[in-house]
Write a protein that binds this ligand. Structure first.
Ligand code: HPA
Length: 282
């Protein structure tokens, strides 16, 4: 059975440990996708925390892609999660989302999630940034929803409405900021579909995703968003389109992780600029 492995005291313990290691009291948390952790390096008055050893926080490789950075970005106190826990790495779905509840207990009100994603919408280009307006929780369809199991009312309700998962005001603010920062020529908006991974999709699977109405596909984000909405955080999601999915059997194109990282390197500055200017307006 998919029972939650952690209880309120575990989340509380990690929260108290973090509170004793930093004086920052962030209102905004940012989860950085693959290769997008550079935002954490931009924070002023940084405290870097490795809560490894606290319940359920065991980054496989603690380091740059496995740590929390507290600090301020354009005057706003933030916590930046450099590296996330992916379901495909074998982490339990409750471990994947563990730190989101810790953010809530820390007093965070807004969660910004970034990820690398494949472009399913044929009009998207590699290097586009997609504001997530909605998601399809494919692992959720298969019973891997982080809210399965006992519901602790201190976090949220048993049956969560997710038709308003992505905050419309934050999307509007992101669009306005993108215009000001000269990013609107590569800004898109659409539906993100989470697959469990770690395989990239077959041609037939990509065609299914198109039929389902997905604009982008990736292997993360949705569990964290579900848990964040459960405890009342406002959410903004941004996908960097790192590749176009293959929907044609005649295509020689092959998706691989190196190409994904190459695109993130190319666009990381733009994404950081967009997010940091946006945070200043929250
Ligand atoms: N599929 C799934 N996840 C991804 C992709 C993709 O094409 N690109 C980056 N993450």
């Amino acid at each position: 059975m998919n029972t939650c492995c952690c209880n309120y005291d575990d989340y509380r313990e990690t929260t108290d440990w973090l509170l004793s290691h930093t004086e920052q009291r962030p209102k905004v948390a940012i989860i950085c996708g693959s290769g997008l952790g550079g935002l954490g390096d931009l924070l002023d008055n940084k405290t870097v925390c490795h809560p490894n050893g606290c319940s359920y926080v065991h980054w496989a490789v603690p380091g740059h892609e496995g740590q929390l950075v507290f600090g301020s970005l354009r005057g706003r106190q933030c916590v930046c999660m450099q590296g996330r826990f992916h379901f495909y790495e074998g982490y339990n779905i409750h471990t994947v989302t563990y730190l989101v509840r810790v953010f809530f207990l820390l007093g965070v009100e807004t969660l910004i999630v970034t990820n690398a994603a494949g472009g399913v919408n044929g009009s998207f280009n590699v290097g586009d940034i997609m504001l997530i307006k909605d998601h399809i929780n494919m692992p959720g369809f298969a019973g891997q929803n982080p809210l399965c199991g006992h519901n602790d009312e201190r976090f949220g309700v048993r049956f969560l409405c997710t038709s308003d998962a992505y905050d419309r005001d934050l999307i509007a603010l992101a669009k306005q900021t993108a215009e000001e920062q000269g990013c609107s020529t590569f800004l898109q908006q659409g539906v993100y579909c989470m697959v469990a991974g770690p395989t990239f999709e077959t041609v037939a699977e990509c065609r299914v995703l198109q039929l389902l109405g997905a604009d982008a596909v990736g292997m993360s984000t949705v569990p964290e968003v579900v848990v964040a909405r459960h405890c009342g955080l406002r959410v903004l999601g941004l996908s960097l389109i790192t590749n176009k999915v293959v929907t044609d059997y005649a295509s020689e194109e092959k998706t691989n992780h190196d190409k994904v990282l190459e695109t993130t390197r190319r666009r990381t500055q733009d994404l950081q600029r967009l997010v940091s200017h946006l945070i200043a307006k929250i």
